[in-house]
Design a protein around this ligand. Structure first.
Ligand code: HEC
Length: 297
């Protein structure tokens, strides 16, 4: 009856899907920005929905076709153009049964003789049944899947390997971390700043000092145009908070610019911390004490 037709339709639908998948895969390999495979995974619900929708359309169109066929047959029979049919099978076999028949493709018991291999063990006979289509479908399906999978993950280079995923995730994580650190670093001000002791911070501060400050304060902080930063006398107050504030706002009327537009808060914290480590180093040719003796609270 209709099982061959059904089979043909099923195969057509499958091969269409396959073609679409492979076609998109090739498109991806041609260097388009986003791979079809990852699109399908990201929109899996949409894809499944689409498949269900296609299946529903197919079922409905099949039912309509059946109804039309039955009607035209009825008409032809009434007019006496064709003989009355005795078989009502087509109309009576429900869809699920036809799908089931197709999926198993069993030889009816009445025709078993044709596939009997002639081996008889205590009345149990060996039949040469074909592998059921549902099973074959699964097997071929997984073979095709394996090829597509291998292609996507290992050969296409479209960024789908676990290694690339790991790298991408680490990168995303780093971005979040850096954004957080930046935010924290920018939140440093003269009220909450603390002196850093980490050697890395101090050497970063030293580098900034050599580059931006040494011209006026001396390479060793002994003082030139600007005051000596190694003694415990301060014009603007010692301690991390005062030093940070002086650097941030500068003393424009005396020739020391405000650094807040050129140095990040974190950098100003580093250079301020570095300056505090110069206390008591007594480099050669120091500039005379200026300001007042600073006694920390
Ligand atoms: C163009 C020269 C110049 C440069 C460059 C300069 N300063 Fe100064 N700085 C001065 C002068 C002049 C003063 C003294 C201001 C005053 O008399 O009140 C001063 C004061 C200071 C003080 C206060 C000292 C105290 O005794 O209270 C600190 C701290 C300081 N500078 C740090 C820095 C740092 C850090 C840099 C680099 C980022 C820097 N300065 C760059 C000229 C400079």
């Amino acid at each position: 009856m209709n099982s061959t037709k059904l089979k043909r339709k099923g195969t057509a639908l499958l091969s269409l899907l396959l073609l679409v998948t492979i076609g998109q895969g090739q498109e991806a390999s041609l260097g388009h920005s986003k791979s079809a495979g990852s699109w399908i995974v990201e929109n899996i619900i949409l894809v499944i929905g689409l498949l269900v929708f296609l299946f529903a359309i197919w079922v409905i169109s099949d039912i309509i076709r059946k109804m039309l066929e039955a009607q035209s047959r009825q008409l032809l029979e009434e007019k006496g153009i064709v003989a009355k049919s005795t078989s009502v099978m087509d109309e009576e076999v429900p869809l699920w049964k036809r799908i089931n028949d197709w999926a198993w493709d069993l030889v009816p018991v009445s025709a078993e003789k044709s596939i009997d291999l002639g081996h008889d063990f205590d009345g149990i006979r060996e039949l040469d049944n074909k592998l059921p289509p549902w099973w074959l479908g699964l097997m071929y399906g997984s073979m095709i899947f394996a090829v597509i999978y291998m292609y996507q993950y290992h050969w296409s280079g479209s960024g789908w390997s676990s290694e690339n995923e790991y790298i991408a995730e680490m990168k995303a994580g780093d971005e979040i971390k850096n954004a957080y650190l930046d935010k924290m670093a920018n939140a440093i001000n003269e009220n909450n700043v603390v002196a850093l002791t980490d050697p890395e911070d101090l050497s970063a501060g030293a580098a900034v000092f050599k580059r931006n400050c040494a011209a006026c304060h001396g390479v060793e902080g002994q003082g030139l145009v600007g005051p000596n930063l190694t003694d415990d006398y301060w014009l603007k107050g010692g301690g991390i908070k005062n030093v940070f504030e002086t650097i941030k706002y500068g003393v424009p009327e005396k020739g020391m610019i405000s650094w807040k537009s050129q140095l990040k808060p974190e950098t100003m914290q580093q250079v301020a911390s570095y300056i505090l480590t110069l206390q008591g180093t007594s480099p050669p040719n120091p500039k005379a004490k200026e300001g007042e003796l600073y006694i920390p609270e």
